[in-house]
Design a protein around this ligand. Sequence first.
Ligand SMILES: [Mn+2]
Length: 329
Amino acid sequence: MKNLDEFKVNLERQIEQSTGVVIVPHNNVDLDAFGSAIGISLIAKKFKKTFYIIINDIELEHGVSMLYEEVQSEYPILTLENYKKLSSSKDLFILTDVNKASLVCLDEKDNDSQKIFIIDHHNEDESTFMTSNKNKLIDPDVSSACEIVAELLKAYDIDIPCDVANYLLAGIYLDTNKLSNNATPETMRVVANLLDTGANLKKVTDYFTEDFISDRRVQSLVSRTKIIPPHIAIAASLEDDIYTKEEIAKVADYLLKYQIDAAFAIGNIGDRVISISARSKEKINVGDMMKEFGGGGNQYSGAAKINDCSVAEVNKQLLKVIKNTIIND
Ligand SMILES: [Mn+2]
């Protein structure tokens, strides 16, 4: 990461001038956002600052709720409302695993951009939270926010306790589909360091145990997959079936195990609300493709939510986007 040293020095200076450090993972928090948030809290601790992790979700998916149960007594995890009761005008905010204003519970207008820091591995675009470049540590070539945070902790010379090493490894596992996708030699070095520190792979894989009913649903959508030339898999659900966003993401993850370049899963997540998840092995930038649907992501992973639409309409639009992307290549 090119600007890690500069970011580190700037963050340190700003943390020292702040009252508290407020760590904000994205809405619908996942293991990468949550794990990296806990990792960042070690930086606040190093500088002896009060810190909070803001999680405002009503429902947590299986692995995230396991992690939540484990850490809630030890870490100050607050809803936005409860944080506001304790907030100070000199608080500093660190967004993690996210850079878009629409994907966090903070309001861009209410916040002084000087005090917003961003640690992320998704591409930036027009909707990226306003802040100066020196407050950003964003690298779409890194596997996960947890990998970035592990590097940052190393740069600060902070010892990572075993439990936090597990949380960071869980985030890397999630975003690399258990190290099978988008893991670079650097990712593997970070993984090796976390294992050296005491991370336990058995413990980490426990966060990924499947719920039987949900897994059957995922597999039923997988079985609807069509492979189209050159090497693209598309799983589109029946119009009447309702899935969760996480299930749709799992379908796209799952399809990458076949000999394909990219995978897309499309399904209803509500009344005429469609979720699309995209994954790529390398050649096709699916994050850019998801922009066409009002979403985003990076080279390897992207998603979008489309309101007032049917599965068939999104599927048709997707075929057009695929055609244009491949012709332009
Ligand atoms: Mn992530």
